[in-house]
Ligand binder design. Structure first.
Ligand SMILES: CC(C)(COP(=O)(O)OP(=O)(O)OC[C@H]1O[C@@H](n2cnc3c(N)ncnc32)[C@H](O)[C@@H]1OP(=O)(O)O)[C@@H](O)C(=O)NCCC(=O)NCCS
Length: 215
């Protein structure tokens, strides 16, 4: 997972997906593209999960991911590299790299459950996870009229829990034996309600982000 140097965003504008913005955020680096998962990208998605998440997902999980309604509420982030200069010649750009993903499922009572969300460590803090979350929530509202977003966070994952809390997710409680194969085994259940305002259009300022999915 770790690379020798931290990648910096490059100026390679890519086609953005036709998913309307749920709320205003600092823009993604122009070389990052959010796209649906495909069979071609599946091996990279599996590698991403193995590198970023403590749980090993069985093949049945990935088989299910490639079917509806799961596939429609799964998005991946591709990082495009700039063409590099060789000895006097411009070398073709490397193929885009899958650096992040969010995969969800639907729960009763119109809840969107985040099964996996992860970003490769060198590509974090560019807003990629937040944009993935925003885009997948928007899709789930459009496709399935979801009303809230929920997730489990491993109790040892302080960084992950903080990330949700800063996005105004509420900690509903702790389930002590949620991850049977991990030590410790507990998981926090976090939840955020999707506010009416979110469905009316985009907000103008980033500070309004905290109201995006109003609690
Ligand atoms: C949690 C995780 C998904 C966050 O991914 P990320 O892409 O770094 O998240 P973001 O970039 O959206 O947000 C991280 C920080 O970058 C900042 N940021 C957002 N947009 C930015 C931008 N355009 N430029 C610079 N920084 C930005 C955010 O403000 C945020 O800081 P804050 O949390 O202090 O407010 C990632 O750390 C991860 O994969 N962890 C391992 C797996 C995991 O824990 N998953 C979640 C629990 S299951």
């Amino acid at each position: 997972m770790a690379t020798s140097r931290v990648p910096t965003p490059v100026s390679v504008p890519v086609q953005k997906p036709a998913i309307p913005q749920l709320f205003a955020l600092r823009p993604l680096p122009p070389n990052v593209e959010l796209v649906p998962l495909t069979h071609e990208l599946l091996p990279a998605y599996k590698r991403l999960n193995a590198l970023t998440l403590p749980v090993a997902y069985p093949e049945s999980f990935y088989k299910e991911t490639m079917t509806e309604p799961y596939l429609g509420i799964t998005l991946v982030a591709l990082w495009h590299s700039a063409p590099s200069q060789g000895s006097g010649a411009t070398l073709p750009a490397e193929p885009p790299r899958l650096v992040g993903a969010v995969r969800c499922r639907l729960l009763p009572s119109s809840q969107l459950y985040i099964s996996t969300i992860g970003i490769l460590a060198p590509y974090r803090s560019h807003g990629i996870a937040m944009h993935l979350l925003q885009a997948v929530v928007r899709k789930a509202v459009e496709l399935h009229s979801v009303k809230s977003v929920v997730a489990h966070v491993w109790e040892a994952n302080d960084e992950g829990l903080e990330w949700y809390k800063k996005r105004n997710f509420e900690v509903l409680g702790k389930e002590d034996s949620y991850y049977r194969k991990l030590k410790p085994q507990g998981a926090f259940l976090v939840k955020k309600l999707i506010g009416v305002g979110d469905l009316l259009g985009s907000f103008a300022a980033e500070e309004k982000t905290t109201n995006d999915i109003a609690t």
